[in-house]
Write a protein that binds this ligand. Structure first.
Ligand code: NAD
Ligand code: MG
Length: 385
């Protein structure tokens, strides 16, 4: 029986992963090693009982007793705190879903990679801030990283066995998020509640706001570079309000292979779970006749400066990804906390990149985890409102 773990099981992606395991037969089909979550102890405990996990971990040490109580009599071990997350990631598993949000997913993901199984990566932040470290860890242990972000799963599937040398460019689509059609002058006054809605996908709050600002797409452009070793000028973004085409791979011979599907993360998670085979998934079949038409437009970089910043980050290399991600996370915290407005996020990230770009070591690829964490902390401090 395959052994699986889900980091961030209580979140939007994680719960979709749990749903797939449940539908496959739960403990009769997979041996669940670790499930982790945050403050929603009831949800974590319920999932751990249902899948008969070996261990359930909350990120918050002060919630250990609550988790123990919620798991009483279940046979599931309870653990809490960052070190417990690392220990959970050290438990051997064949397939690990990395679905914690933010740079907090980096250490558990790296630790899981060192065990040599498959890391199904939803946590794009870890690739953006430490791509070379993840690749090195995978190479050293023989682990394999599979994409779970829908666009990257789509690229992976559209590429198939093709030789990268025949690829002209890769296009990832963007719905345009909550403010796609807002007049530009209204954006500065956009509220957190307004930014927390998405036209097509049901996701966690942070990535939903990042979709409205296009920081999510900016992160995904960098993620595509890290995943597929694409040249930055070969990665394009196309606004596609219906979110049916997730990515397209265009070849030098003029042919383009697109990946289409309903906007349901269970496709990409399930593809990574069943890879290299395909198996039935609870995803609605595509009905293009019912949709009638698919529409496209070029992204407007006045509306979404994050896309320009992504290109600058790729050109800078070195620690720019870690600084970009951390500054973005801090600016997002400050927006959610009411300290800055929606349109102040991108300038803060840009100012942080500028301020830190002169420091020694900025242009060097990360040597180790401590270096990444050092630049992450420096960027948050610089970006804070
Ligand atoms: P979410 O907010 O719904 O869930 C996040 C999970 O991480 C929860 O289980 C939470 O308890 C845990 N968590 C949060 N902070 C933590 C910390 N400091 N330490 C340990 N655990 C912590 O987020 P989500 O929307 O499911 O996104 C998860 C990841 O997947 C993100 O990297 C996101 O960019 C990526 N992603 C999400 C979607 C989506 O459809 N939601 C699609 C593609 C990629
Ligand atoms: Mg995505």
């Amino acid at each position: 029986m395959r052994r699986i773990s889900i980091f961030g099981a209580t979140g939007s992606v994680g719960a979709n992963g749990v749903d797939l395991i449940r539908r496959a037969g739960g403990p009769a089909a997979y041996q669940t090693v670790a499930l982790t979550g945050g403050r929603n102890i009831a949800r974590l405990a319920q999932m751990a009982r249902e899948l008969q996990a070996e261990v359930a971990v909350t990120a918050h040490p002060e919630l250990l007793d609550d988790l123990r109580d919620a798991l009483a009599g279940s046979g599931v071990e309870a653990a809490a705190g960052p070190q417990a997350l690392v220990e959970a990631a050290q438990r051997p598993a064949d397939w690990v879903l990395s679905a914690i949000v933010g740079a907090a997913g980096l250490v558990p993901g790296l630790t899981a990679l060192a065990q040599g199984g498959i890391l199904a990566l939803a946590n794009k932040e870890s690739l953006v801030c430490a791509g070379p470290l993840l690749r090195r860890a995978a190479k050293a242990s023989g682990a394999r990283i599979l994409p779970v972000d829908s666009e990257h799963s789509a690229i992976f599937q559209a590429l198939g066995q093709e030789n990268l040398e025949s690829v002209q460019d890769v296009t990832i689509t963007a719905s345009g998020g909550a403010f796609r059609d807002w007049p530009l002058e209204r954006l500065a006054a956009a509220t957190v509640a307004e930014a927390s809605t998405h036209p097509n996908w049901a996701m966690g709050q942070r990535i939903t706001i990042d979709s409205a600002s296009m920081f999510n797409k900016a992160m995904e452009v960098i993620e595509a570079r890290e995943f597929f070793s694409l040249r930055p000028d070969r990665i394009r973004v196309l606004v596609h309000p219906e979110s049916i085409i997730h990515a397209m791979v265009s070849h030098v011979d003029g042919g383009t292979i697109a990946h289409l599907g309903a906007p349901d993360m269970r496709h990409a998670i399930g593809y990574a779970l069943n890879w290299p085979r395909r198996a039935p998934l609870p995803v609605a079949p595509l009905d293009l006749a019912a949709l009638g038409s698919l529409t496209f437009r070029a992204p407007d970089e006045n509306r979404w400066p994050a896309l320009r910043l992504a290109r600058e980050v790729m050109a800078a290399g070195g620690m720019a990804g870690a600084v970009f991600n951390a500054a973005k996370e801090q600016a997002l915290d400050d927006f959610i906390g009411g300290r800055i407005g929606f349109t102040a996020m991108a300038p803060r990230v840009e100012m942080t990149l500028q301020a830190l770009s002169g420091r020694a070591g900025f242009g060097d690829d990360p040597a180790d985890l401590d270096t990444v964490l050092h630049w992450d902390r420096a960027a948050r401090k610089e970006a804070a409102a």
